[in-house]
Design a protein around this ligand. Structure first.
Ligand SMILES: [Zn+2]
Ligand SMILES: [Zn+2]
Length: 140
């Protein structure tokens, strides 16, 4: 794996972000109902990264919901085009979750585990080759 600068952003290009790939902590598929609703898909694939390693340009709008563990999840998106981009747990804002699909090039992403297999839909099944949590591991 080569550690290079990775870039991403929303569909209308009002919001962009970049980070060094070496700062990515882990990657996960989340099949929770909130991720399904907010992405309009079977799951969200997210990258965990320290907040101070992520540079954002443009205005992100956040919508806050109560997560399964009672914490507050802020889901960030572009106010203009609606693309989901970056989320975080308000009780732990030092870690950001990047929606992998918003990367300009996501071909290098490799998910470490699945979250919320309990709510996975039959048409978007969990990846059986990696570790699976039926609900939430610890942070959201
Ligand atoms: Zn946009
Ligand atoms: Zn989720």
């Amino acid at each position: 794996m080569s550690y290079t600068t990775q870039k991403g952003g929303c569909l209308c290009e009002s919001v962009g972000y970049k980070f060094n790939q070496s700062n990515v902590i882990s990657a996960h598929h989340c099949h929770c109902k909130d991720c399904q609703k907010s992405t309009g898909s079977g799951k969200a694939t997210i990258l965990l990264i320290p907040a101070d390693a992520l540079e954002v340009n443009g205005e992100i709008k956040y919508y806050s919901v109560i997560g399964s563990a009672g914490s507050h999840i802020s889901r960030g998106f572009c106010e203009n085009c609606g693309s989901p981009l970056i989320s975080f747990v308000e009780e732990n804002p030092d870690i950001k979750f990047i929606k992998a699909g918003s990367l300009d090039d996501s071909s290098w992403v490799s998910a470490d585990s699945n979250f919320f297999s309990s709510s996975a839909s039959p048409w978007s099944p969990v990846d059986e080759d990696i570790h699976t949590f039926t609900h939430n591991p610890d942070f959201a």
